[in-house]
Design a protein. Structure first.
Ligand code: GLA
Length: 390
């Protein structure tokens, strides 16, 4: 290799790594159509979501991406260009509308010939589709994994990243491979900004269960949570583990459980992609989604993912290191009755003699200085979430 070529290659590597990192320096925040609208989604629903985010305090709380999931696609034209279906119409106009609200727009495709819902996929049209998304003004691509039996995961995602880069618009790449090929091991290398670590989330509390037909698996919040254990070292600025989108407000869980779901996702430095109908949101749901103290844990600039640091049956302690040396701590009660849970400083990586100022992030109250440990009574399926500041 000549020196000039080596220099050019180095510069290009830094530029592309730099792009990926600035694109998602903290976990992406936004909204996605799938968990509530699934295949019934229309352009009007996307506009309404953008209107809501821009006017209900979510934008100020950090929600930026308005993401269209599956089912927007129509047929390709005679030149092979992808077109939206009748429910969507003019995609450039839709992107312009979302941008006019000071927000960004995301789109969805799959490396297979068909998407998971059977719409047109990007197989053998990767460059053409990437150019089309860039021309529409798309800022984020969720790239799924259905109908890909002849394809290799890492190569497929590298392929679309190259196509997006060649299209010349910075586009966040969300790898939706469900964790099967362990994307945490190669997702960053191929320029992915986030990667799903599990199958789809379901709007329910419990663990991983087989579907009624015996196939694997339906994931409630706890099922997804347990699959995050051990993955924390793979996350960091520009490249995040994605335990799937939020179900907060979709009706299958209690408000206590939704608060727990949101708290845990923030501690995991997960992308916070709301998935409820933002036009009809109870105040309790709005308060969960816009809790700025909890969101600050998710968005902390150090970019550490939190982890489980103690477990005693149904009682768990989760902790995340923050940039200022504090810890965010969750006392989680998975059980069916109220219990006292204790976080020991030594489990947080602090000496037992340390005095730390404890603040409750849901009650928005300082709880005073504690030495060695912090205990609280926690409701069934609930959390107490605090920060501890030395
Ligand atoms: C897969 C993905 C989901 C959603 C659907 C759409 O199941 O994992 O998040 O995008 O496809 O068909």
């Amino acid at each position: 290799m000549t020196k000039l070529w080596m220099c050019t290659a180095l510069v290009l590597t830094f530029v592309s790594l730099g792009q990926a990192q600035t694109a998602a320096a903290t976990p992406p925040m936004g909204w996605n159509s799938w968990n509530h609208f699934a295949c019934k989604v229309t352009a009007a629903d996307i506009r309404a979501a953008a209107d809501a985010i821009a006017s209900n305090g979510m934008k100020q709380a950090g929600y930026t991406y308005v993401n269209i999931d599956d089912c927007w696609q129509g047929k390709r034209d005679a030149q092979g260009n992808i077109r939206a279906n009748q429910r969507f119409g003019d995609m450039k106009a839709l992107a312009d509308y979302v941008h006019s609200k000071g927000l960004k727009i995301g789109i969805y495709s799959s490396p297979g010939p068909k998407t998971c819902a059977g719409y047109e996929g990007s197989y053998r049209h990767e460059e053409q589709d990437a150019k089309q998304y860039a021309a529409w003004g798309v800022d984020y691509l969720k790239y799924d994994w259905c109908h890909t039996s002849t394809q290799e995961a890492k190569a497929s995602y590298a392929n679309i990243r190259a196509a997006l880069d060649a299209a010349g618009r910075p586009i966040v790449l969300s790898i939706c491979e469900w964790g099967t090929a362990k994307p945490w091991l190669w997702g960053q290398e191929v320029g992915g900004n986030l990667w799903r670590t599990t199958g789809d989330i379901n709007d329910r509390w419990g663990g991983k269960q087989k579907w009624p037909d015996g196939s694997c698996c339906s994931n409630g919040v706890l099922g997804i949570l347990d699959q995050q254990v051990g993955l924390q070292s793979y996350a960091g600025p520009g490249h995040w583990n994605d335990p799937d989108m939020l179900e907060v407000g979709n009706g299958g869980m209690t408000d206590v459980e939704y608060r727990t779901h949101f708290s845990l996702w923030a501690l995991l430095a997960a992308p916070l992609i709301a998935g409820n109908d933002l036009r009809n949101m109870r105040p309790q749901i709005h308060d969960i989604l816009t809790n700025k103290e909890v969101i600050a844990v998710d968005q902390d600039a150090l970019g550490r993912e939190g982890e489980r640091v103690a477990k005693n049956g149904e009682l768990e302690v989760w902790a995340k290191q923050l940039k200022d040396g504090s810890r965010a701590v969750i006392l989680l009660n998975r059980g069916e009755s109220e219990q006292e849970i204790t976080a020991n400083w030594e489990d947080l990586g602090y000496p037992a003699t340390l005095s730390g100022a404890v603040r409750d992030l849901w009650d928005h109250k300082d709880l005073g200085k504690k030495t060695g440990k912090f205990s609280a009574r926690v409701a069934p399926h609930g959390v107490v979430m605090v920060t501890v500041k030395p």
